[in-house]
Design a protein around this ligand. Sequence first.
Ligand SMILES: NC(=O)C1=CN([C@@H]2O[C@H](COP(=O)(O)OP(=O)(O)OC[C@H]3O[C@@H](n4cnc5c(N)ncnc54)[C@H](OP(=O)(O)O)[C@@H]3O)[C@@H](O)[C@H]2O)C=CC1
Ligand SMILES: CC(=O)N[C@@H](CCC(=O)OP(=O)(O)O)C(=O)O
Length: 393
Amino acid sequence: MSSASTLSSICFEQGCWFKGERKIRVTDKVVKRPSSMSFRVSATSSASKDIRIGLLGASGYTGAEIVRLLANHPHFGVTLMTADRKAGQSMDSVFPHLRAQKLPRLVSVKDADFSSVDAVFCCLPHGTTQEIIKGLPTTLKIVDLSADFRLRDISEYEEWYGQPHQAVELQKEVVYGLTELLRDDIKKARLVANPGCYPTSVQLPLVPLLKENLIKHENIIIDAKSGVSGAGRGAKEANLYSEIAEGISSYGVTRHRHVPEIEQGLSDVAQSKVTVSFTPHLMPMIRGMQSTIYVEMAPGVKTEDLYQQLRSSYEDEEFVKVLEEGVVPRTHNVRGSNYCFMNVFPDRIPGRAIIISVIDNLVKGASGQALQNLNIMMGLPETMGLLHQPLFP
Ligand SMILES: NC(=O)C1=CN([C@@H]2O[C@H](COP(=O)(O)OP(=O)(O)OC[C@H]3O[C@@H](n4cnc5c(N)ncnc54)[C@H](OP(=O)(O)O)[C@@H]3O)[C@@H](O)[C@H]2O)C=CC1
Ligand SMILES: CC(=O)N[C@@H](CCC(=O)OP(=O)(O)O)C(=O)O
């Protein structure tokens, strides 16, 4: 084995060094480096890793984010990458910031050879995704980042997405990939529908509270804000610098397609229909998402109860953190990382509370959570490749 590939198979996770899946070092003591271990630093070669990944939609923002995260993953190497308009181009020219990784050339989906991969991240626009996934070998594990398989009720999909569903049969085997809440199902899944970014930031705080009947099912108001990268890399007039900078734009008012996804997840745990008022806003920032959520507490419940419930629900979670009392979560706290930070505050109106949750839309809201899910599906430690710290300031 060359020294470069030796290095690529060694990683640091949760305070331990791993070589492959074998723990080789506990780092709370000073220990000597084994003489057989090489520390020559070189660019990560995707081809030298043992699990081959196909990345559909690699020339988009979430595709690029997966490639960035996989640079620190000891097992997943990208061996197939697709694009549409950019098919035929090299990743070095499309995303120069990823050039150290020695990536394959972009091909169109119709020319892709899926016999050369073990698992797929699908980062395609919704609507396009169903038919493509329907045509993939059934031996592949797939994490789909689009919205195509998130809604169980096909008629609801057709109503909110305005088109017939092309893979109704496949929908029946899908597992929704909100990792912290559904990881036992994800472990057994072949096809995971990765949640939307807004639904992730909303469901993580609300699900534990609804499960314990601490908040009412009605009058949940979600005021949400996203960075512009949430809209993808495709050119759109509404996303021009002159349309975004120095202002805030509400959009999808009363009819954003994440409403049914949020209501589906919340109703599942509440075991009755939960409805929400949800208004998203586009902010003059590149990454980041904040959901400010106004809830009514159940009779006799205090804000302190909500706080304690969230603390105990997430105390063992690596990526979901309930901040110290009174500390306001900021998108700056999670930028570039897979964390969700949240906190709960008493409202001046008795009986109400205000919850603030922040994520990076491209990481916990998309590619990071997708990697967390594929780690689980492949029997690897969930945090693999994801433990880097947020970028601040
Ligand atoms: N951005 C975000 O924060 C989040 C995105 N998502 C979802 O993830 C998916 C990807 O998003 P994002 O990366 O932002 O999108 P982008 O628009 O940045 O990228 C889309 C990718 O799909 C390719 N593509 C477009 N149309 C087709 C087609 N008809 N056939 C094959 N390939 C096609 C594009 O190729 P080319 O560049 O060559 O045109 C590009 O590689 C979407 O479904 C999105 O809704 C989910 C959560 C958050
Ligand atoms: C800022 C922005 O435009 N955000 C996107 C949501 C992010 C996303 O891509 O979500 P899906 O995976 O559900 O498509 C939107 O509002 O449609």
